[in-house]
Design a protein around this ligand. Sequence first.
Ligand code: FNR
Length: 182
Amino acid sequence: MNITVAALSGSLRKESYTTKTLKAFAALAPEGVTVNLVDISDLPLLNQDLEQDLPEPVKRLHEQAMAADVVVLATPEYNRSYSPVIKNALDWGSRPQGNNCWNGKPVAVLGCTPYNLGAFGAVHHLRQVLVYLNMQPLQQPEFYLAGAADKFDEFGQLTDDSTRKLMTSVWEGLMVLAQNTP
Ligand code: FNR
């Protein structure tokens, strides 16, 4: 079974741990899975005035999301919630009204932080929004990466075996979810 994944990072920082996590996750994709990293850095801030003539980055986001069978969202935690960059992308993807490009899609959430709690608050806020968007969030296994600063080498490669193992389990769960989603 061939599956296309749209993967979004909620951090725009060049040396982002979140983006490194997402890339490490993508590198472990099972056979038959194509992961496309979706650039959401040039999306304008949501503004309903722009809906009359949708900006190109918004159109591109819709196309890339519609072409995907599955979505993966990697988020940092900001003040115990998820990334506004992800929120902006989710909101644009749900507009104009009646054009929710996320509708029905299986989705996995990867939480990442250099600190201790694994971006737990971010992941839980984000899941609520995904349910409203009628996405199908992977429930188990959950993915929280704490201490991210110690998990990558100077080339951005993941060095932690237990994180790699958890990523593989997330892929397994996601594939089952994708196969059972009409
Ligand atoms: C943070 N950071 C942070 N970390 C955390 O674990 N819980 C939190 O609530 C917050 N809050 C927070 C707010 C704001 C405004 C900033 C800028 C940062 C720290 C954050 O985890 C850290 O900067 C990460 O490195 C951000 O992710 P990337 O850019 O490395 O992917």
